[in-house]
Design a protein around this ligand. Structure first.
Ligand SMILES: [Fe+2]
Length: 242
């Protein structure tokens, strides 16, 4: 009995020894992991980059401020919002023209459809600009629209030529405004905004000026200003083109 008890005690002691060694090894491994996690795992250059990035671009802790905004000046933001208003105003005028040419006593469906398409195109330009303001972390601020005129008839020119000439003036004005906007971006040193305007906005605008100029020239070639027959034929051309 005594021998058996002594053997059991010896086995238990041996087991304690194993557990003690195992526990010591585990805690050493844990300490090593903690020390490793505390050691910077980046080289000196990357550390300098992190310090520079976090000091020049600290991240705001409030969602009322854009997280993405970077190098986007208040002046550029204001100018973009002003251009959004220009595009909406031009769209509004084209929409009024559509309503005029759609009247039963005007009945020039080709012109009506043309101006409706133009109204939607100008609104899409406003949306492009709105998306861009949001992309840069700015805030879109829509402004007041001016009510457009409702009558587009002209005693000498007739409604068709008068509306097309008005359209040409509007497209040229829009082009002037885009050039001004580009100057604001240049003055601010905003290369991305310049690239956006050049790539997405300015060429379509110049193309629009050219298209409307050709329409005015063609209508004038079809008959003297105010020629109702020329306007009717041009309307047929616009309907067939659509
Ligand atoms: Fe436009």
């Amino acid at each position: 009995m005594r021998v058996a008890r002594e053997r059991r005690v010896a086995r238990e002691r041996a087991g304690d020894g194993k557990r003690t060694r195992s526990s010591a090894q585990s805690s050493a491994r844990w300490r090593a992991r903690v020390e490793a996690s505390e050691r910077p795992n980046v080289d000196a250059d990357a550390s300098a980059a992190i310090i520079e990035a976090t000091s020049t671009h600290p991240v705001s802790q409030t969602t009322s401020y854009s997280f993405a905004r970077s190098g986007f000046s208040a002046e550029c933001e204001r100018a973009l919002n002003a251009q959004i208003n220009v595009e909406y105003n031009v769209s509004y005028i084209y929409h009024a023209m559509w309503a005029f040419f759609e009247r039963d006593n005007v009945a020039l469906k080709g012109f009506a459809d043309h101006f409706k398409a133009e109204a939607l195109e100008e609104r899409s330009h406003a949306e492009q600009l709105m998306e861009y303001v949001n992309l840069r972390g700015g805030r879109v601020e829509l402004q007041q629209l001016l009510p457009p005129q409702t009558e587009y008839d002209h005693p000498e020119k007739g409604c068709a030529l008068y509306a097309l000439e008005l359209s040409l003036s509007l497209e040229k004005l829009n082009n002037d405004k885009l050039c001004e906007l580009h100057r604001v971006a240049e003055d601010a040193g905003d290369a991305h905004m310049c690239d956006f305007l050049e790539g997405a906005m300015m060429d379509p605008q110049v193309q629009s000026v050219r298209e409307v100029a050709e329409m005015v020239a063609t209508l004038l070639r079809m008959g003297p200003p105010g020629d109702g027959m020329a306007a009717w034929h041009f309307d047929q051309y616009l309907q067939n083109k659509a």
